[in-house]
Each structure stands twice: as C-alpha cells, then as structure tokens.
Design a protein around this ligand. Structure first.
Ligand code: 5MM
Length: 341
C-alpha cells in the first residue's frame, strides 16, 4: 500500500504547481545531430557536458520538478564524479529515464510506426530504479495524413504504452505516457483534434484494460495545433480551447497530471499556448514537459564552450521562468524579451 502511495506522491510532485519537466532524453543519434547543427563535435563527452550544463543550472528546481534522461546520460557522471541521477536528486529534482528504444516501421501500415522496447523492460526498470530513477518515459509517434493514423497503429502503440505503464508501476516508477500526434503535415487544427482524440481514446482503453492506476501516471500529449505546412494560423486561445476540450472528452479526471510536449513549435509559441491553457477549466494539473522548446536556446548559447556554460544556463533558466509564469497565466512579452545575457 505504501508503495502505491509513493507512486501517487511522485506523480503529484512531477506536476506540482509552478513546475514542469525538462525532457533532455534525446537518443544518441538525435543528440549528436543537434550538437553538429550547433557546431559542436558529437562526442560522448560533449553529450555529457551539454547535459551537465543543463541540469546544473542554478535554481533549476524552482521551475523544474523532473528531468528525463536517456540511458547514456543516466550512466554518466558530473565532472565532480557524482552520477547524473544522484546529482539531479541532490538538486531537489526527480531523475527520470526514457525506456523506449524508438519508433520502428509498423508492418503492413506504410508510413506508420510502433514504439519498441518491451523486451527485457522489467529487468531494465528494476536496474534504473536501483540507480535512482523515480519516473520513466515512453513515446509513441502518431502521424496524420493519407488515412493516418490507422486504427492498427493507434491500437499497437496504445497497447505498448499500457504494457510499459503497468511494468513501471510494478517497479515503483511513475510512467510518463507520451502518445505524440505529430505536427508534420498540411492538416487543419480540427484534424489534429480528431486524431488526438482517437489516439488518446485507445490509450485510455488500454490503460484501463491493464488496470493501470491513473493517479500514478503523467500523460504527455501534444497540444492540438494545425499541421506545420497547413498555412493555418490559430491563436493561443484557440489552441488552448481545442486542446483542453479534446482532452476533457477522453481523459479521466483521475489522471495525476498532463505535461505537454512542444512538438517542434517555436519556444515562445509553445509558452504562449501553455499560458492560454491557464484560462481553461481542467480537472488535472496542466504543465510542460518540453524538450526543444526549453533547450534549443541553451544549446545555441552554449555552443560547446566551457566559457559559455553560464550563458547556456541563463538561456535555460529564462525559458523555464517563462513557462513557470505561463502556468499561472502570467507570461507576457515583457517577460519573454527580458534581457537574458
Ligand atoms: C528530447 O527528445 C525526446 C527523445 O527523442 P528521440 O528519442 O527521438 O531522440 C522526445 O521524446 C521528447 O521528450 C518529446 O518529443 C518532447 O520533446 P519536444 O521537443 O517535442 O518538446
């Protein structure tokens, strides 16, 4: 019973008022290409130094409840020798681990994927828990367009998410359940709303089937936005209404909290949309679990240079501050354009 209470407490702490989650769990391939684009050599040491720069940002725990790492970083150490999960916990932040092994083509459904990583997951979760992981993350990737998302892809991904969530609970770890409907495409915002609704419907059905405690999970969905190439522009209020409206039709009130991904939106756009959510009535805490929308400015400011660590950290602290303000509906242009460096 106390283990269950601990799960529920951890899930609540992840979505505590004013705090969000930093997604710094890019796989080695993704991280390497982002480093290269920033002019930084994609070495193991540079991936480590970049993550150390991020998570040692002074005062990070004020606006960040948890940090998601990938397997490589989880096994690395700060320059002072402390393993990442230990250093992060000592800073008052929950360490988390991405446990899926990536989205792979789904047989029989061209252009769609299923996320893999269930084989051996029970053992991996036990090992991560022993090393200090308090929560985990698994991302399903759902595409829109040409008959997509298919029922088959939605079902396969929802089933995997539920099996992952049940295994996390067995290990005493809170699962972040991330079914991401991609922004790629020419679709209108209404199409994103229906694809998101259908996808989340399947996810909830599978979670219930596996008897996953909903107050012990954090859901990480996309915001409901138009396709990147649709030419449609919508206001943050429109995004907030469509997103919360869609979630309210399918997500049970019991879910511990909703932590949105940014999905390729610009940093300021994602924050403005989050800010508008504050005006919407919702039964769950709403927060952010952004990757790119939090870290892109920090990577650009750092550029792999030891003498620019403080610049990178200021850039991250600024984005975290803007997003924390958004959680109270207090994000403004003045705050956004405040001098950072
Ligand atoms: C940080 O990126 C995460 C892992 O991506 P890869 O395994 O593809 O390298 C990703 O799951 C991320 O946590 C979510 O997509 C949210 O990030 P964004 O940038 O969409 O907020």
């Amino acid at each position: 019973m106390s283990e269950v209470n601990e799960l529920v407490r951890t899930a609540a702490a992840m979505v505590a008022p004013g705090k969000g989650i930093l997604a710094a769990d890019e796989s080695i391939g993704t991280m390497s290409s982002r480093l290269e684009k920033a002019g930084v050599a994609p070495t193991e040491e540079n991936r480590r130094a970049y993550r150390e720069m991020l998570v040692t940002t002074p005062g990070l725990a004020v606006g960040v409840s948890g940090v998601i790492l990938c397997d490589e970083t989880f096994g690395q150490s700060f320059s002072d020798g402390r393993p990442f999960p230990v250093g992060i916990a000592e800073a008052g932040i929950l360490p988390g681990i991405k446990v899926d092994t990536g989205a792979k083509p789904l047989a029989g459904t061209p252009g769609e994927t299923v996320t893999e990583g269930l084989d051996g997951l029970r053992e991996r979760l036990a090992r991560y828990a022993a090393l200090g992981a308090r929560f985990a993350k698994w991302r399903a990737v759902i595409a829109i367009g040409d008959g997509r998302p298919s029922y088959r892809a939605r079902r396969a991904n929802a089933h995997a998410l539920a099996r992952y969530a049940a295994l996390c609970h067995e290990a005493g770890i809170v699962p972040i359940v991330e079914p991401e409907v991609l922004m790629d495409g020419t679709h209108q915002v209404s199409h994103c709303a229906s694809a998101t609704s259908m996808t989340l419907g399947e996810v909830v059905a599978e979670l219930l089937d596996f008897e996953v405690r909903l107050d012990g999970i954090v859901l990480k969905p996309n915001m409901v936005v138009p396709g990147k190439d649709s030419g449609q522009t919508v206001t943050p209020e429109h995004v907030a209404r469509s997103t919360v409206g869609t979630l309210r039709t399918v997500i049970p009130d019991l879910v511990a909290g909703i932590a949105f991904l940014s999905g390729g939106q610009g940093a300021a756009q994602a924050t403005a949309n989050l800010n508008a959510m504050h005006g919407q009535e919702a039964p769950w805490p709403l927060t952010f679990s952004f990757g790119r929308a939090l870290v892109d400015p920090a990577l650009a400011a750092w550029r792999g240079r030891a003498d620019r660590v403080a610049d990178g950290q200021r850039a991250l602290a600024h984005r975290v501050g803007c997003n924390s303000a958004a959680l109270e509906g207090k994000y403004t242009d003045e705050l956004e354009y405040e001098r950072v460096v």
